[in-house]
Design a binder for this molecule. Structure first.
Ligand SMILES: NC(=O)c1ccc[n+]([C@@H]2O[C@H](COP(=O)([O-])OP(=O)(O)OC[C@H]3O[C@@H](n4cnc5c(N)ncnc54)[C@H](OP(=O)(O)O)[C@@H]3O)[C@@H](O)[C@H]2O)c1
Ligand SMILES: *[C@@H]1O[C@H](CO)[C@@H](O)[C@H](O)[C@H]1NC(C)=O
Ligand SMILES: *[C@@H]1O[C@H](CO)[C@@H](O)[C@H](O)[C@H]1NC(C)=O
Length: 295
């Protein structure tokens, strides 16, 4: 009984701590922000929030027509004459990652927030070690991992000037491996390996650039839902309320603005699964297999 009460007390404490809102939206006004993968999904929603919050914005992705539409909408929800730009770039090619940062410097004269969000859309599938699987693995690592590192490396001098921020959008799949998306999972684990260590180096070297990792649960973007449905993984989409991309986008923006080390969104789903990984690993693995059953 005593333990239950203590548990409830601690849980309430953790949850209320995370609900305290110390985010002052005014701090983003005039900030120079680059969001990758903003032609759709969570990145698109981040663009609208940043525009509303008065930021100066550059968005990137491959599809120019979509980027144009997002910029138009930014002018509608934000400032009619706001500084909103897009750059088309394929992040599979490191030279374009470099070019994006150079262009950003020309357009905004510097950078305060680098939001690394893009991912390669890849269908779910079993790992057979086939040539097809291996080619896909290379592509996923180039786009989801190495491009982030290249963008960070080129942008760092600009970020250092204004004590800026790097925000890395990652996933529960980057903390707990999930079946049928193992290359994606591995690329997200790699981000943790790289950015957690880089954060430590910054602290040791007195570099005041914050690094925020955003551990996201299932968010109802078209690609995420379609990917699961096409592969017959219905349980996760039918039995769970999927989080709204616009809410997820705001949680990421808030975490970056507060210079938090890690954010979990949706909090309970992402935080507790990550904790359970260490507390009761086998039970969690059973639960994951159950969630990923095909029907
Ligand atoms: N949705 C979820 O359930 C969920 C869960 C956990 C974590 N996350 C994370 O949240 C972030 C956003 O996910 P999302 O669901 O919003 O993704 P999404 O809707 O699939 O959007 C991905 C974005 O990346 C761009 N992109 C794809 N390939 C690219 C390439 N080769 N070069 C440059 N840009 C490329 C896409 O635009 P183009 O096709 O026009 O290039 C698009 O703008 C990701 O980091 C993801 O891992 C999402
Ligand atoms: C791996 O390769 C096999 C055989 O080519 C294919 O059926 C499967 O869908 C591939 N898996 C992924 C994740 O692409
Ligand atoms: C950045 O932070 C350092 C100390 O952490 C401080 O001395 C410097 O003035 C800050 N620069 C800007 C532009 O805020």
């Amino acid at each position: 009984m005593k333990w239950t009460a203590l548990g409830v007390f601690l849980l309430t404490l953790i949850i209320s701590y995370n609900l305290v809102d110390d985010f002052d939206p005014g701090v983003l006004s005039g900030k120079r922000v680059l969001v990758t993968g903003a032609s759709m999904g969570i990145g698109e929603q981040m663009a609208y929030h940043y525009a509303k919050l008065g930021a100066r914005l550059i968005i990137t992705a491959r599809t120019e027509s979509r980027l144009k539409q997002v910029i138009e909408r930014c002018h509608e929800v934000g400032d009619r004459n706001g500084d909103y730009f897009y750059i088309t770039a394929d992040m599979e090619d490191y030279r374009s990652a470099h070019a994006v940062i150079e262009k950003a410097e020309q357009l905004l004269g510097g950078l305060d927030f680098l939001i690394l969000n893009h991912i390669m859309a890849s269908p779910l599938g079993e790992w057979h070690g086939s040539a097809k699987n291996l080619t896909l693995l290379d592509k996923i690592f180039d786009i989801n991992f190495k491009a982030y590192v290249h963008l960070t490396s080129h942008a760092l001098p600009m970020l250092e000037k204004g004590n800026g921020s790097i925000v890395v959008v990652t996933s529960i799949a980057g903390r707990i491996s999930q079946p049928y998306v193992i290359s994606y999972s591995a690329s997200k684990f790699a981000l943790d390996g790289f950015y957690s260590g880089l954060r430590q180096e910054f602290l040791l070297r007195n570099i005041d650039v914050s690094i925020t990792q955003c551990v996201m649960g299932l968010i109802g973007t078209n690609n995420a839902i379609k990917g699961l449905r096409d592969f017959g993984v219905h349980f996760l989409i039918d039995k769970f309320p999927t989080a709204d991309p616009a809410d997820a986008a705001l949680a990421i923006i808030r975490g970056g603005a507060l210079r938090l080390k890690t954010i979990y969104y949706p909090f309970v789903e992402a935080r507790f699964t990550t904790l359970l990984r260490d507390w009761i690993p086998s039970a969690l693995e059973t639960l994951v297999r159950f969630c990923f059953q095909r029907s």
